[in-house]
Design a protein around this ligand. Structure first.
Ligand SMILES: [Zn+2]
Length: 187
């Protein structure tokens, strides 16, 4: 196949050269709450075109490659037991992009739980302002384990989704430690 970035022949959808050149994480951390931090690996605009592949079948491969360059490396250096909970990992087009990210964290310490935080409201937030997001909550349900949780999503924009997920987990008796997202639209 050809690399989708440079069009050279490659064994993966993004060649090794382009992965080294473009997918080195630029880690950003910020506080969503006093004791809850979000860690992001890329600026949204840096990988926008790649993130948009999640609506196509190629997205499953692209998200695996993005996760291998970021989440997977993070997991190798993380030595605290916790469950990994992807935000609304419903299957669409044969895969779930947040489940792919969660799976890449799997280690002796981190155990992904799938389909435990579904959104009852599947409204599309893309491009919507903050007040719209606040008026239309995702209405998450948590049916996973209690205990320490690492929340996973692909993009953080306003933080509304992660804040809501955090509250739902707390109310269910779980302990969200922090969140990991591939990209941040916050500067
Ligand atoms: Zn390439």
């Amino acid at each position: 196949m050809r690399c989708i970035l440079c069009s050279r022949w490659s064994f993966a959808h993004i060649c090794t050269r382009c992965q080294e050149r473009f997918l080195k994480p630029d880690i950003k951390r910020f506080r969503l709450f006093k004791d809850f931090e979000v860690v992001s690996f890329y600026g949204y605009s840096e990988i926008e075109e790649l993130l948009k592949t999640k609506h196509t079948y190629v997205g499953a491969y692209i998200y695996k490659i993005l996760a291998a360059n970021s989440f997977k490396i993070f997991a190798k250096n993380f030595t605290q037991k916790a469950f990994v909970v992807p935000v609304d990992d419903k299957i669409s087009g044969g895969y779930s992009h947040t489940a792919i990210l969660a799976k890449s964290l799997k280690s002796g310490y981190l155990k992904p739980l799938y389909n435990v935080l579904p959104a009852k409201n599947r409204i599309n937030y893309s491009g919507k302002p903050l007040d719209f997001r606040l008026k239309n909550p995702r209405d998450f349900q948590y049916r996973g384990r209690a205990g320490d949780i690492v929340l996973v999503d692909d993009i953080i924009t306003t933080g509304t989704t992660l804040k809501e997920a955090y509250s739902v987990l707390k109310k269910a008796g779980a302990n969200p430690l922090f969140a990991l997202t591939l990209a941040t639209a916050k500067s």
